[in-house]
Design a protein around this ligand. Structure first.
Ligand code: ZN
Length: 293
């Protein structure tokens, strides 16, 4: 018997590309993107850092995985078509599980030595850029957020199996950044990528991976409670009056559902708000997080 495996189209999908920069003496930073394959602003930002560190070798070690979930990426989807499992709910994975569970296990293995893990995501074209954080449990989450300077920080709902959250529980410093763009169809919001790239460079001066003469200053940021999702209670036309990425006061009119006002239930941050569309009963109109402190 003779069997050969013939690869007729590159890339094969059960692999990921891991870029490593630096000499290894100093802090290890890992950047991941594309855990959800359609989230392309995140992927684009990871590639910006591959270019950057190619030209400017870091201190310590920087490892970048620009597209973690290739089957999802090539399917322009959040999850892999192999098993439809959400990769960011199953860390640390399973070496003898399904394809996505094995991927989680391998990503978990290669990120064990990291001092810092920055996991890049997207929350849609109708979304905005903010940090998902576990600041109630780990003080380093405040520090990282203030050094980075993305203005709005939303407390995570705490779903287990997320890479950044499981890494925090293991004693690593990890953060999840949600960026505008991605869904649907894999759109890249270039201006979001550019501004996030600049802010992350500042954070990497703080982590010690980019040489810096000066201390990195704290920026103004606002912490918020967990996300509240406001859903339509019937089939009706939703028309937004406010924009994603802005703050609202209690009672502000966020939009109209046919002739009924959709009002802010508290002072908060509008993380995402739908475009004008016919909303079906139970569908999301607004994602909003109440101010904390
Ligand atoms: Zn995501």
């Amino acid at each position: 018997m003779y069997m050969e495996s013939i690869t007729y189209h590159e890339p094969s999908l059960s692999n990921f590309d891991l870029y490593t920069f630096g000499e290894g003496k100093g802090p290890e930073l890992v950047i991941t993107a594309g855990i959800h394959g359609v989230e392309q602003t995140a992927i684009y930002t990871a590639y910006q850092f591959i270019d950057y560190f190619t030209q400017h070798p870091p201190k310590g070690t920087v490892r970048i995985i620009p597209i973690v979930n290739k089957p999802a990426y090539f399917n322009r989807d959040r999850v892999s078509p192999y098993d439809r499992i959400d990769l960011n709910r199953i860390f640390p994975g399973n070496p003898s599980g399904t394809q996505t569970e094995q991927l989680a296990h391998k990503i978990w293995e290669v990120t064990r030595n990291a001092d810092y893990i920055i996991d890049l995501h997207c929350c849609g074209e109708h979304g905005s850029t903010y940090i998902m954080s576990l600041y109630s449990e780990y003080d380093h989450q405040y520090t990282l957020a203030r050094k980075l300077g993305i203005e709005n920080i939303v407390h995570t709902g705490g779903a287990r199996g997320q890479l950044f959250l499981e890494a925090c529980h293991e004693g690593q410093q990890a953060m999840l950044i949600e960026m505008k763009g991605g869904q649907p169809d894999g759109v890249v919001d270039v201006s979001t990528a550019d501004s996030t790239f600049k802010k992350l460079k500042d954070l990497f001066r703080y982590t010690g991976n980019i040489p810096s003469e000066n201390d990195v200053e704290d920026k103004y940021v606002q912490f918020h409670h967990k996300m509240t999702t406001m859903k339509s209670n019937r089939h009706a036309f939703f028309r937004p009056y406010m924009s994603a990425g802005t703050r609202c006061k209690k009672g502000d009119i966020l939009g109209m559902l046919d002739n009924e006002k959709v009002q802010a239930p508290f002072d908060g941050y509008i993380a995402a708000i739908n475009r004008p569309r016919y909303c079906f009963s139970g569908e999301r109109m607004v994602r909003i997080a109440e101010n904390n402190m």
